[in-house]
Design a protein around this ligand. Structure first.
Ligand code: MTE
Ligand code: MO
Length: 462
């Protein structure tokens, strides 16, 4: 009874999407729970949909039945309907909450405040080189206080080495040759919000990534000074941030890589980003940068690299953490840790950085210029395609070459729009092995790694 009264209230479709995606979906698509989705090809559905998105949909005939328009999908897509329809729909996502932090853009979106996690919406990644104020933030523990004397910041290299090393930032600068490279830093959970059912963890869209210029020294150069023993097979990286519990004996996160990846020439011990000292919030004075693999390997506030004689087992290495299924599992299942392996290279991802999702474009516009970025973990991007007709036809984008290995690739494309109306622009990247982004985040896993569904935005012409 109470429910009937509630639904009798007048609400706009987009409000309804925010509050009760399942019901909104039913209204817009004319879906009947007992029959399943019949799509919206019926005239009434089309009219409702056009009214809801604010314009005619020129390519409506291509629109997949049951597709939730990008105009409503916004940041996190609506939660799936509960298996038991008698249960209330899960709470719908609220509007975005913007970051207010010194030195950071107020366009970053907060995904969590304890620990602090903030992502960079796709349209804020439109610069060729990501400015520091737009670089995302992913803390697992408490944010440490700013170092008083950065030059004296020190870290150790120990374990399976011939000579235990302690180095200060000052020594690092004076003893090794600095290098500067533009490289992608990407959280292992990037794209997690696109999993259905929802996976555990911060609900990143595509904004757990950035590509600034990093300055530091090659990790391999420093490791050579210490000298790796033949028994050194795996690393363990540590930072000085405190665990949320305040327990000083607990590491917030400590991950590592096999020695082959560790010695890669592209790994850096970094103290500068975009020519300025690395800010505290992004791990300054000194952090690791291990490109291509999950960002969690790039220890911030670096204080120790431990060489181990076996695979590391620190927080973030076991069970379902930064691990993906070997054999595909049933989405939503509990999963068997024995069926999981470490997530190594990040998957291919292309994003549209201009226009922004929801942009309104002048009536009569027949052509729009798109800009974006694409990257593919350890690999490069071979091709980027865009579609304005729900994937019926695709246009190849012009893709730039990376400046150096692990740089992202910027792309541009021009697309024609036949008439005014509501369009969705989709993009998909293909990596150098020929592997393309899927329509939906596949290979479901409990903590939601590798979610690289195609990116789409909505624009309204007229
Ligand atoms: N010491 C420490 N290092 C850390 C983390 C952390 O919480 N503590 N987070 C990791 C994760 S999960 C990611 S994605 C990156 C994020 O780096 P950023 O905050 O500079 O964007 O740092 C990694 N390094
Ligand atoms: Mo991360």
């Amino acid at each position: 009874m109470k429910q009937v009264k509630e639904y009798a209230r007048e609400r706009s479709i987009d409000e309804l999407y925010q509050e009760d995606p399942e019901r909104a979906d039913a209204n817009v698509f004319g879906r009947k729970t007992d029959v399943g989705r019949r799509g919206f090809l019926g005239g009434a559905g089309l009219a409702a949909m056009s009214a809801a998105v604010g314009g005619a949909i020129p390519f409506a005939a291509n629109m997949p039945g049951g597709l939730i328009p990008a105009a409503f999908a916004q940041s996190a897509p609506p939660a799936p309907p509960p298996a038991d329809a008698s249960k209330a729909a899960p709470a719908a996502p609220k509007g975005p909450q913007y970051l207010n932090f010194p030195g950071k853009s107020n366009k970053l979106v907060v995904l969590g405040d304890r620990p602090l996690v903030a992502e960079t919406p796709e349209d804020q990644l439109n610069d060729d080189t990501t400015p520091t104020d737009k670089l995302f933030v992913r803390n697992n523990g408490q944010t440490p206080d700013e170092a008083k004397d950065p030059e004296k910041w020190s870290f150790v290299i120990d374990g399976e080495v011939n000579k235990k090393l302690t180095l200060t930032l000052g020594e690092l600068k004076s003893k090794y040759k600095p290098v500067t490279r533009r490289m992608v830093l990407e959280c292992g959970g990037n794209g997690r919000s696109f999993f259905t059912p929802q996976a555990r963890g911060n609900q990143w869209t595509n904004g757990g990534a950035g590509c600034p210029e990093w300055t530091g020294v090659r990790l391999a150069d420093v490791l050579k000074t210490a000298g790796l023993k033949p028994s050194a097979v795996f690393s363990a990286h540590y930072g000085s941030d405190q665990h949320l519990s305040g327990d000083a004996s607990k590491a917030t996160v400590s991950r590592g890589v096999p020695v082959k990846k560790l010695m890669d020439d592209n790994n850096l011990i970094v103290w500068q980003v975009n020519g300025e000292p690395l800010p505290n919030i992004n791990g300054g004075p000194v952090r690791l940068l291990i490109p291509g693999w999950p960002g969690s390997l790039s220890a911030k506030w670096l204080n120790r690299i431990w060489l181990r004689d076996k695979e590391h087992d620190g927080p973030g290495m076991t069970n379902f953490s930064y691990r993906v299924p070997i054999k595909p599992m049933v989405p939503g299942d509990k999963g068997d840790p024995k069926n999981f392996k470490i997530l190594e290279s990040m998957p291919v991802r292309s994003i549209i950085t201009s226009p922004a999702n929801g942009d309104k474009i002048a009536a009569g516009t027949k052509e729009i210029k798109l800009r974006g970025a694409a990257w593919a973990g350890d690999l490069t991007v071979q091709e980027v395609d865009v579609s304005t007709d729900f994937g019926a036809t695709w246009t190849k984008a012009k893709v730039s070459k990376p400046k150096n290995k692990y740089d992202w690739q910027r792309w541009t494309a021009t697309v024609k729009l036949p008439t005014d109306g509501y369009y969705e622009i989709w993009t998909r990247g293909t990596d150098s092995r020929g592997v393309m982004q899927p329509h939906m985040a596949g290979f479901w896993n409990p903590q939601g790694y590798g979610g690289n569904a195609m990116h789409r935005i909505a624009v309204l012409v007229g």
